[in-house]
Design a protein. Structure first.
Length: 184
């Protein structure tokens, strides 16, 4: 081969070598950027998981605070419930006494009636209400059926005929169910 051809071959080899060496870093950069993007994805996934976990934990804590606040308010609201439940038997005794008093006016009858009305007024002021039973339909949320009485009239079926013991609610919560006789 001639010198000229050898020089051209050397130049061509150098050019090819430089091209190969220039392309190689590009390939390694792509590999590095691929591993970097995988690392970014790992960090993003971890961040999303931690963020989701944090949001769920905050929501659970918020629900816990609401639940305990409601429980505290219910405790305060129904604080005197036992006192009123125990007073109901006294009211029942007053009503039985009034029913058995003689018809004529007497100071004893007036005194018992006055005390009874003050008890009822006190209960009403504290949101203790009597459950309505007269001519009402039987409702298991407020009434307890003592007996079923056969009725010939279809219109009376399921209605309350008689109230054996009055029922009461305290802040719309039943503290004593009304014991009733229901038409069947």
């Amino acid at each position: 081969m001639s010198k000229h051809t050898e020089k051209q071959d050397e130049k061509a080899t150098k050019i090819v070598d430089t091209e190969v060496t220039q392309e190689t870093p590009v390939v390694t950069e792509n590999v590095e950027s691929a591993s970097t993007s995988e690392g970014k994805n790992d960090y993003e996934d971890k961040y999303m998981q931690l963020n989701d976990s944090h949001l769920r934990l905050m929501a659970d804590f918020d629900n816990y605070k609401k639940k305990t606040l409601k429980e505290k308010s219910d405790l305060i609201k129904y604080n005197g419930e036992k006192i009123f439940i125990n007073m109901l038997s006294i009211i029942d005794d007053f009503e039985r006494a009034i029913d058995h008093l003689p018809e004529e006016d007497s100071p004893i009858k007036e005194g018992i009636t006055l005390i009874h009305s003050k008890f009822i007024e006190f209960l009403n002021q504290n949101d203790v209400k009597e459950i309505k039973t007269k001519d009402e339909m039987f409702d298991t949320d407020f009434h307890e059926a003592i007996t079923l009485f056969p009725s010939g009239d279809e219109k009376m079926k399921g209605k309350i005929i008689d109230c054996v013991q009055k029922g009461y609610t305290f802040h719309d919560k039943v503290i004593r169910y009304a014991k009733v006789v229901v038409a069947d």
